[in-house]
Write a protein that binds this ligand. Structure first.
Ligand SMILES: Cc1cc2nc3c(=O)[nH]c(=O)nc-3n(C[C@H](O)[C@H](O)[C@H](O)COP(=O)(O)OP(=O)(O)OC[C@H]3O[C@@H](n4cnc5c(N)ncnc54)[C@H](O)[C@@H]3O)c2cc1C
Length: 502
């Protein structure tokens, strides 16, 4: 392609969006380098072990494994998936983002509930989720407090449907709803549902297919993708401090200077920024010189980036039923429909909605994954591992009524205090619209400028309009920005040659 071999492209961040962009550009003949702050590739895809078990500190599932999902297609191509995930039936399943896991429910007085006992609450909650995804709940007369809107709907539907149910059972059903609200906070990676713009729920698109995992770990995909990049493409432990764009240079000069923490300065024609939204929110003013234009900055500030953490717990033997896939913990004092905990220091553990069971049983000895979101999750990151283990032990003994349950070891994620991420993933906060995602992905300088075009481009999950917060959204965003550069060079005359000295 004309001139692309002379153009120097620098990608900031070696997560999957940066890798996806780099591969496509390299294939087309571009000169590409990736600057990564940490000593590893993969970013929020991070596989490790707990004892002999493979566990995912970040992304775990391919959400919606079907032909439209690039992560599924890549994983299939590299032979990283089990037979079950490859079946047409698996790909055709419509789950609307909620896998049909087999649950068990325990209460804080140590009672195990039957599926029938919780069914009326689950039914109302599922109905609400469907309505929310379909209509986005843009109800004009109830604005400002989204959680209130959910609660009003719950109360209204409960009053109609639970007329004949006694007060004690009703109270327990409301505790089930509180628990499901906490789960929903984990799905969105938010502190409270009050932070999520319910109008924005229609923005996210679920793909068909029953969510599946990488049996050898998600990082297997990163290894395969990295093996196809020329060696030396990534410079590790090289945090970028500042991107100087729109440099007043002569025609032959490169318009962008990337300044690293260690003092290194690299000139480029184009830089693709893939840093997480959490990092952008905190460091945008130091990162861009000149600063981001106001409409772009407002979208960075308006979009939500919250925390969802995992606590893996390994046991000597399972104490749950063999077919159980998720364990819910219901606090019996939470019928007032809370999705946050008032006294974080004493009761942060109450925000943990429960555990998913790592499957298949024959691969994972006996491991559960606890889920906790929001400020309680951020607080949990600072508690010592020993104290987290103690809190988990007490919690499980209380809810199961079994005083002998003792975890063998635990491992937790700490995404909020991760210096290059500052949280887990993007959600559409109150007041957000599709326009915010359009603003996020808009390159600099913006249209109409006389300066050299496409100096700074933006990729990463937070820049995808309908698959934000996912790995496939991140991959597609990387390809999108690579294609933007490729089509730019396909339509322009050969540029002046530059000597590459990176
Ligand atoms: C707990 C958790 C669970 C998740 N579960 C799933 C799931 O099951 N399925 C799913 O599809 N998605 C899931 N996700 C989301 C998924 O992991 C992300 O959407 C995706 O990995 C993001 O890729 P990215 O390339 O956009 O960003 P990242 O992977 O965050 O990559 C950005 C890179 O930029 C680097 N960086 C940051 N600042 C600088 C700087 N100044 N200079 C140089 N480098 C810098 C970072 O170190 C990082 O390597 C989960 C995320 C978390 C945290």
């Amino acid at each position: 392609m004309s001139g692309c071999g002379n153009a120097r492209v620098v990608i900031v961040g070696c997560g999957i969006s940066g890798i996806a962009a780099a591969r496509r550009l390299v294939e087309t003949g571009f000169n590409v380098h990736i600057l990564e702050a940490t000593g590893r590739s993969g970013g929020r895809i991070k596989t490790t072990t707990l004892g002999d078990n493979i566990v995912e500190i970040g992304a775990n599932w391919i959400h919606g494994p079907c032909e439209e999902n690039p992560v599924f297609c890549l994983a299939r191509q590299y032979g990283l998936l089990d037979q079950q995930a490859l079946t047409p039936e698996n790909q055709a399943m419509e789950i609307n983002g909620y896998p049909p896991w087999a649950p068990i429910y325990f209460t804080s007085s140590g009672r195990k509930l039957s599926a029938g006992e919780v069914e009326p609450a689950v039914e109302i909650f599922t109905e609400l989720q469907c309505d929310c995804q379909l209509i986005g709940w843009n109800i004009p007369d109830v604005t400002g407090n989204e959680l209130y809107l959910v609660l009003v709907q719950v109360q209204k539907r409960a009053a109609e449907k639970w007329k004949d149910i006694d007060a004690r059972t009703k109270s327990l059903l409301l505790c089930v709803i509180s628990n499901l609200l906490k789960l929903e906070c984990c799905v969105n990676g938010t502190h409270s549902l009050d932070d999520v713009g319910l109008g924005g729920c229609t923005l996210y698109h679920s793909l068909p297919g029953l969510d599946c995992v990488f049996s050898g770990g998600y990082e297997g995909l990163i290894e395969k993708l990295m093996s196809e990049l020329p060696s030396g493409s990534v410079i590790y432990n090289q945090p970028v401090r500042s991107i100087h764009w729109n440099n007043n240079t002569g025609k032959r000069e490169r318009p962008v200077i990337i300044e690293c923490e260690a003092g290194r300065r690299i000139a480029a024609d184009h830089v693709i920024v893939t840093v997480p939204l959490g990092f952008l929110k905190k460091h945008h003013s130091a990162l861009f010189n000149p600063p981001l234009p106001p409409h772009k900055l407002q979208s960075v500030q308006r979009l939500g980036f919250g925390t969802n953490n995992k606590i893996f717990v390994e046991f000597d033997s399972p104490w749950w039923d063999a077919d159980c896939e998720v364990i819910h913990l219901l606090w019996e004092d939470e019928e007032a429909l809370v999705d946050q905990v008032p006294d974080i220091q004493r009761s942060w553990i109450k925000k943990l909605f429960g555990f998913t069971v790592l499957k298949p049983n024959e691969r994972y000895s006996h491991v559960l994954c606890g889920w906790i979101s929001g400020h309680e999750s951020e607080y949990m990151e600072l508690v010592s591992e020993q104290d987290v283990m103690q809190s988990i032990t007490q919690l499980l003994r209380k809810f199961t009524g079994n005083p002998t349950i003792t975890p063998r070891r635990i491992l937790r994620s700490q995404w909020f205090h991760h210096p290059w991420t500052h949280g887990s993933y993007t959600y559409p906060a109150k007041g957000c619209s599709k326009q915010d995602f359009d603003n996020m992905m808009e390159p600099l300088p913006t249209k109409g400028s006389q300066a050299k075009p496409l100096q700074v481009l933006f990729a990463g999950e937070a820049t995808h309009q309908c698959y934000f917060s996912t790995v496939h959204g991140a991959v597609l965003s990387g390809w999108r920005e690579a294609d933007r550069l490729i089509s730019h060079y396909s339509s322009t005359a050969p540029s002046e040659p530059h000597r590459s000295k990176l």
